[in-house]
Ligand binder design. Structure first.
Ligand SMILES: Cc1cc2nc3c(=O)[nH]c(=O)nc-3n(C[C@H](O)[C@H](O)[C@H](O)COP(=O)(O)OP(=O)(O)OC[C@H]3O[C@@H](n4cnc5c(N)ncnc54)[C@H](O)[C@@H]3O)c2cc1C
Length: 450
């Protein structure tokens, strides 16, 4: 998201491109999971699947996927599906969906981070190709997960950037002109249309992408878990990997309830998001764990819902405070039971060794309440039922990170979706890392394999 990007602009000043020499074999910290993993207390946690038991023996496997978010579930599913003879396991520290995948703002957006937010980004010569790939992946994710019998609640009626800052009108119109020239279906909505669709009376215009929308993140995790298990992936939850030792066969020390076991894996896939920098010492020179928060209101009454005039469950985010010191962008969706899920407003780099949020959630909730009242004055003061924190994986290189590394080229990784597009791109990058594993090509590998 553009505003999020500008908020994080300072990160660019210390831009450091890293290479594989920054990958260490073992963590140098003492095992203490309580410093890194908190419980998922988000509104979505009620929709997560029941956790599987932790590991209780030493194991030998072909592929061990570390992390049970969208990336890990997708990578394991795609690898096992294309190699049914291989033994593929997922090792998840808490429960699948305990990280960002089970806590996010529920917006489903096209594009990768670098090309997202309705700007022609660093890879602009591939802007349309990346758009098409991410849109196709979003549709495939919907179809695949719905085929499990668990409905993840996709509503793909489009997504918008709502413009409140007049400085952004011309550049947004220019973007839409460029996108149209490339054959993309992006529209510019003048003030009247923007207000009639999104309802917020202060809008000056909007950029609309018909490809995008929302999902129930917890149910999406549940459907992806079922998909992976149905093809034979074995998932161990409450199982923390604590570093790894390189080799033709990689050794993983793992813990369940403080009992230590050892996994010997011919290959590993690091799908541990920003946690990877702390719990595996992986890409720690590039990864910057960032805290951001989301809140869920109580359900709006029918009258309140009608009063705000937000149509078609279009997901959207604003630009009001883009580039200012005081705030970042706010993003929102409205659920089928009429709750507004609104997040953003604060993105803070994690300065500690651990990963728990040191800030004041109550203060964040007050900021969100204030902004919600500005956006929809007719429901000012609506009760927020829950506000929660989560960790996004920013990278100093401002790029997604996907590739294979290690002396034996058996350490695969996919992470670093930065702010904004991760719901869709994490599933896609899970698939792309499986292509890399299979020795196949993929358009995105030519851009992001780093
Ligand atoms: C608050 C918030 C709001 C967001 N809103 C949106 C949004 O609206 N739209 C959007 O597109 N994106 C959004 N994102 C980003 C998106 O959710 C993420 O990019 C995406 O979920 C990343 O998936 P992942 O599987 O890579 O990581 P995660 O879901 O974080 O999964 C990583 C998993 O690895 C596990 N793990 C870590 N270390 C170890 C270890 N050593 N051993 C075992 N397991 C380990 C963790 O417990 C975790 O479950 C948001 C993120 C946050 C935090």
């Amino acid at each position: 998201m553009e505003a999020l990007k500008s908020k994080l602009f300072l990160g660019l000043l210390s831009l450091i491109f890293v290479n594989c020499s920054s990958i260490y074999q073992e963590t140098d910290t003492v095992y203490d999971p309580s410093k890194y993993y908190d419980d998922n207390e988000s509104y979505w946690s009620q929709f997560l699947p029941n956790p599987n038991p932790g590991i209780n023996k030493n194991l030998e496997v072909d592929v061990a996927v570390i992390g049970g978010g969208y990336t890990g579930l997708s990578a394991a599913y795609h690898i096992k599906k294309s190699n049914p003879e291989l033994k593929v396991v997922i090792l998840e520290a808490k429960r699948v969906g305990n990280g960002a995948s089970g806590r996010n703002g529920a917006l489903v957006l096209a594009q990768t981070y670098s090309e997202g937010g309705f700007v022609m980004g660093e890879n602009k010569k591939y802007h349309k190709e990346i758009y098409d790939i991410t849109v196709a992946s979003m549709r495939r994710l919907k179809a695949l997960t719905e085929s499990t019998g668990i409905d993840p609640g996709f509503v793909l009626n489009g997504q918008c950037l709502g413009i409140f800052n007049s400085d952004n009108i011309e550049s947004s119109k220019e973007y839409v002109r460029e996108a149209k020239k490339l054959g993309m279906p992006i529209e510019y909505w003048e003030k009247e249309k923007a207000i009639s669709m999104l309802g917020s009376p202060g809008l000056l215009g909007a950029v609309y992408d018909p490809n995008g929308g929302m999902v129930n993140p917890g149910k999406l995790v549940a459907a992806l878990k079922k998909l992976a298990e149905d093809v034979g992936v074995v998932i161990y939850e409450n199982t923390q990997v604590w570093g790894y030792q390189e080799g033709e066969v990689i050794t993983l020390p793992v813990y369940t309830n403080n009992n230590k076991y050892e996994i010997k894996a011919k290959n590993i896939v690091i799908a541990a998001n920003a946690y990877a920098a702390r719990t595996l010492n992986f890409l720690e020179d590039d990864i910057e764990p960032c805290h951001t928060q989301v809140a869920a209101t109580e359900p709006l009454t029918i009258e309140q819902y009608n009063s705000i005039g937000w149509k078609n469950h279009i997901s959207w985010y604003d630009d009001q405070y883009a580039g200012t010191d005081s705030d970042a962008t706010f993003h929102m969706v409205i659920t089928d039971d009429r709750r507004i899920i609104i997040g953003g407003g604060s993105v803070e780099y994690n300065e500690d060794e651990g990963l728990l949020y040191p800030g004041d959630i109550q203060k964040i909730q007050e900021q969100i309440e204030k902004r919600l009242g500005e956006l929809y004055p007719s429901i000012k003061g609506i009760r927020i039922e829950k506000t929660w924190d989560g960790i996004i994986c920013e990278t100093k290189s401002k790029s997604e990170r996907i590739g294979v590394t290690g002396r034996n080229k058996n350490i695969y990784y996919a992470l670093g979706y930065n702010g904004g597009q991760g719901v869709n791109t994490s599933f896609l990058f899970g698939e792309v890392v499986s292509k890399l594993f299979n020795g196949e090509d993929h358009f995105l590998l030519n851009i992001y394999n780093n």
